[in-house]
Design a protein. Structure first.
Ligand code: FAD
Ligand code: NAG
Ligand code: NAG
Ligand code: NAG
Ligand code: NAG
Ligand code: NAG
Ligand code: NAG
Ligand code: NAG
Ligand code: NAG
Ligand code: NAG
Ligand code: NAG
Length: 770
């Protein structure tokens, strides 16, 4: 029983909001192969994969493991699971790399696997500092009972050991349990090479022909100038007053208010059902017979990041974005803060006409009230981290408040986490605004419809082009004569629709052009800073143990094997531990940067931890995490755009671009831990006492810094005017997080939804509409 202990750790939630490590594209200089993977920052082992074209139907890939020479053995699980899935391991024997495919039926020694055909490629080598295994793995993406989905986002795993295998000369040698392992996020859908590059590499060739494959994009050419094309004359299109693109919080609130005002509204969503109420049926076995799904049960939040088939993430956005009914609000942690006045201030970039957000925030609260005790019995569960945090911060002069009772108070305060859950289930806009919209005959909702671009004649938008030819000729849905389009496709999705409509910086529109997609004539391109000036909270995790804390099995069992009493209580009464997502406490502190600007820091505390890095033993049953985010006042900005495959991504990462942001968050982290010695039994295990906080922050993986709180890619004042109308157009509006000019003080959904209430009331008031 060599691999015991993995039961807990293999289910770790590695890919959550604040601390996901994401694989990226890199070119190995030894062989010129473009791989997709990562270098684990602790052991410096590089793991990479590249696949043949998606449409080739091939079941193979090329991979590599590049390890410092003292790595005794290393292995990978491309599918991110240990049991009944392809495992590959390698080590060094003399000056040769020895490797094999393995298969485990339990958390025990994996044995040789029959099926895969492994071929070492010529760049495999051992030198004085490293060993490197570059291999072709044929018959490797499907296996008995499963396989690797290379069309979507996944969480591959790596394993590392500093203990030699029993017999290095024997590829089937036994070995002891890995001494460390981890997961990272990888967008397998973009990890595909062109057929010619792949064939060249697989045959031992090097370098790349430089050609690209567009694996994730619909390349259907659509007319961008005519809404009345007669290519498919049998389809007749229905015209709408308002066409809304995207059923996230912005789009849903806009759709509800516009249909309430009597407009004929069409809401288009590229994804499908989420919660039970919307037709979703993806649920754990233990909830059989109840109207519940993964998206309904708050306690299943962490499992969104460890599922082997995460169909809800957008496959053509290279960060976490929800592509299903509700958008981010169906997959987020549901932390919900009523906006502070500072969130809508002119200092944040809002026009002065926007600062009185109170009436709109009130409308929002009327529909979605927050709760800091989501369990329906009004009790709080799993509260040990609250006690410990109260002691830790109490010594620093913090006071306890009910956070949403006084949204403007965000310095030296902590309180119970507040949520948009309702009745012990996911609430948010899907359970409220979307339901009222659904009752109206003049509201039409279509799922699984992907909007490619808006159709325009100069400044006048005449409709939207979709991938669904049943909605109109060539898939174009027209507007009524004074009709309007509202983009609500999110911080990554709305910029992409704009680029594809000839709106944005020239370099991005040229990417669309190079992909061979139709665009308006060049003189009709509208030059706007779409994608610039984006921000997202940089966030850093600290991991602790305390003897009072129940780490709740690190949330690893809630899907397949929850604590029975908790599951029964939840099923019977929507109460107990599972009626809440993982966070338990939040806190805020105003910090002063060396440039004299105030920057706020938010803390989120939860039982469990995503990854631990310590040289000391620790008790995983007692661990908890404090995530510290830098928010309002931070000065770093990045840029969002599209690549040649039209995947939306950060072209410039927005975290710690300004060194003062890093310094200031470091100052906040040092302060948080300053009173650890005063709390009996409290131990910080990551970073541990062999690493200074300064080094910890300096070495923190860039891929783990993000928080999925992107704002600003279509900032008000830069891309849209104070009525959220896109500059240079007559009737194109944007109502989503992309118009929010700077980060709010807390997690953004409250601000996004208050913004949507205000935006839609301005759109309705604006003359010239339907
Ligand atoms: C993992 C995660 C955790 C988070 N946790 C929190 C939290 O705890 N608290 C908090 O306040 N915030 C949280 N957030 C952030 C919050 O959810 C987002 O800020 C919010 O959802 C943004 O809303 P939006 O309307 O701008 O866009 P989105 O929610 O992204 O919705 C956009 C919608 O448009 C659809 N779409 C996109 N492109 C097209 C197209 N071309 N055609 C048709 N449809 C399209 C998408 O499928 C999606 O449904 C989290 C986000 C993520 C991803
Ligand atoms: C990993 O690389 C970093 C930076 O090159 C170095 O500081 C560190 O010591 C290396 N760690 C190991 C285990 O080799
Ligand atoms: C492919 O692998 C499977 C096991 O995963 C095996 O059953 C099958 O025989 C293999 N096919 C070939 C052609 O080797
Ligand atoms: C050994 O190979 C690795 C991987 O290719 C390379 O990074 C390293 O520089 C090489 N070391 C020496 C001493 O050549
Ligand atoms: C839309 O619905 C509202 C409320 O149900 C109704 O008052 C209005 O007349 C309808 N408008 C159209 C155009 O159907
Ligand atoms: C939290 O602290 C209070 C006293 O402040 C104590 O009564 C309670 O039992 C503690 N709860 C836990 C879970 O430690
Ligand atoms: C349109 O795109 C969506 C999202 O990618 C997809 O689910 C749907 O099947 C597509 N529809 C058609 C008709 O191709
Ligand atoms: C980005 O924001 C800064 C400060 O808010 C502003 O001065 C600048 O003009 C903006 N740039 C773009 C391209 O919008
Ligand atoms: C559900 O709530 C009722 C009423 O409070 C209680 O009697 C019952 O024991 C609860 N059921 C479970 C399984 O917790
Ligand atoms: C680890 O913590 C759990 C929960 O507090 C406790 O039951 C267990 O005895 C601890 N294990 C060790 C080895 O201390
Ligand atoms: C560092 O932490 C470990 C484990 O908590 C402890 O045993 C050790 O004494 C500490 N060392 C110092 C110098 O504080």
């Amino acid at each position: 029983m060599r691999l015991l202990g993995c039961t807990l750790t293999l289910g770790l939630a590695f890919l959550r909001t604040a601390h996901a490590q994401l694989g990226t594209q890199y070119v190995d200089p030894d062989n010129g192969i473009t791989f997709y993977g990562l270098t684990d920052p602790v052991h410096n082992v590089t793991y990479g994969y590249v696949f043949p074209p998606l449409d080739s139907g091939a079941t193979e890939f090329i991979g590599e493991i590049v390890a410092p020479i003292d790595t005794e053995w290393s292995g990978v699980s491309p599918a991110g699971v240990m049991i009944e899935a392809l495992l590959l391991v390698a080590w060094v024997n003399g000056d040769e790399v020895v490797s094999s495919a393995r298969w485990a039926t339990d958390y025990i020694q994996p044995l040789a696997m029959v099926g895969p055909i492994l071929t070492d490629l010529p760049s495999t080598k051992v030198n004085s500092t490293h060993w490197k295994w570059v291999y072709r793995c044929e018959n490797c993406t499907t296996w008995s009972g499963g396989g690797l989905d290379t069309t979507s986002f996944g969480a591959p795993a790596w394993a590392f050991s500093s203990i030699p295998v029993d017999d290095p000369s024997d590829p089937e040698s036994d070995f002891q349990e890995h001494t460390d392992f981890g997961f990272y996020g990888l967008d397998f859908s973009s990890a595909h090479a062109s057929a010619s590059d792949y064939a060249n590499w697989a045959a031992g060739g090097t370098g790349s022909s430089g050609t690209f494959t567009s694996t994730t994009t619909t390349t259907t050419a659509t007319s961008t100038t005519s809404a009345t094309s007669s290519a498919t004359p049998t389809v007749t299109a229905t015209a709408y007053d308002y066409i809304i693109v995207g059923a996230g919080p912005g789009g849903i609130i806009a759709a509800d208010r516009l249909s309430e005002a009597g407009k004929n509204v069409l809401l288009l969503e590229r994804g499908g059902p989420s919660t039970w109420e919307t037709g979703g049926r993806y649920a754990p076995d233990w909830a059989d017979g109840q109207p519940l799904t993964k998206f309904d049960v708050p306690g299943l939040f962490e499992t969104l990041f460890t599922d082997s088939n995460p169909f809800w993430w957008c496959k053509d956005v290279n960060t976490f974005a929800g592509c299903l009914v509700g958008g981010g609000t169906s997959v987020n942690g549901a932390l919900y803060w009523y906006p502070a006045d500072s969130d809508f201030s002119t200092e944040q970039g809002w026009p002065s006409s926007w600062v009185n957000h109170a009436p709109y925030t009130a409308k929002l609260i009327d529909r979605i009230p927050s709760t800091d005790h989501p369990s329906t019995d009004g009790l709080r569960y799993l509260e040990q981290t609250e006690n410990v945090t109260a002691m830790l911060l109490g010594y620093q002069g913090y006071r306890q408040v009910t956070i949403n009772d006084d949204p403007d108070s965000k310095d030296h305060i902590y309180g119970y986490s507040a949520y948009s859950f309702i009745g012990g289930q996911r609430g948010g806009p899907v359970a409220t605004y979307l339901q009222s919209a659904n009752t109206r005959p003049n509201f039409t909702f279509k799922q699984w419809v992907y909007v490619l671009n808006v159709v325009r004649d100069g400044a006048q938008i005449t409709g939207v082009a979709t991938n669904d030819t049943s909605l109109g000729p060539d898939g174009v849905v027209p507007l009524t004569p004074n009709g309007r389009v509202v983009l609500a496709a999110g911080s990554f999705g709305s910029p992409r629709v704009l680029f594809r409509s000839g709106i944005g910086p020239e370099d991005m529109i040229e990417v669309v052009q190079a992909a061979g997609l139709e665009l308006p004539d060049e003189e009709d391109w509208i030059d706007l800073p779409v994608g610039y000036n984006v921000s997202d909270n940089p966030s850093i995790n600290l991991v602790f143990t305390h003897p009072s804390v129940d780490a709740y099995d690190n949330w690893a069992t809630v899907w397949s094997d929850p604590r029975e009493a908790d599951a029964n209580q939840y099923l019977a009464n929507r109460s107990g531990v599972l009626a809440q997502a993982s966070p338990r406490v939040n806190f805020w502190r105003a910090l002063c940067g060396s440039d004299g600007n105030t920057r706020w820091m938010q803390g989120t505390v939860r039982p469990g931890a995503a990854s631990v890095d310590t040289v000391y033993p620790y008790n995983a049953s007692q661990m908890f995490t404090i995530t510290a985010y830098l928010s309002t006042g931070l000065t770093s900005r990045g840029r969002i755009g599209i690549d040649v495959a039209l995947t939306a991504r950060a072209l410039v990462n927005p975290w710690f671009v300004d060194e003062i942001d890093r310094e200031t968050l470091l100052q906040g982290l040092e302060e948080i831990v300053s009173t650890v010695p005063l709390v009996n039994g409290l131990t910080m295990i990551t970073p541990d006492n062999t690493t200074t906080m300064e080094d910890y922050v300096a070495d923190y993986s860039v891929a783990s810094l993000g928080s999925n709180h992107w704002v600003g890619s279509n900032a008000i004042g830069a891309v849209v005017d104070e009525n959220t109308l896109v500059f240079g157009t007559n009737n194109l509006f944007i109502v989503d997080a992309s118009i929010v000019p700077a980060l709010p003080v807390g997690n953004p959904q409250g601000v996004v939804m208050s913004m949507a209430e205000q935006a839609v009331s301005r759109i309705l008031a604006l003359a010239g509409g339907p």
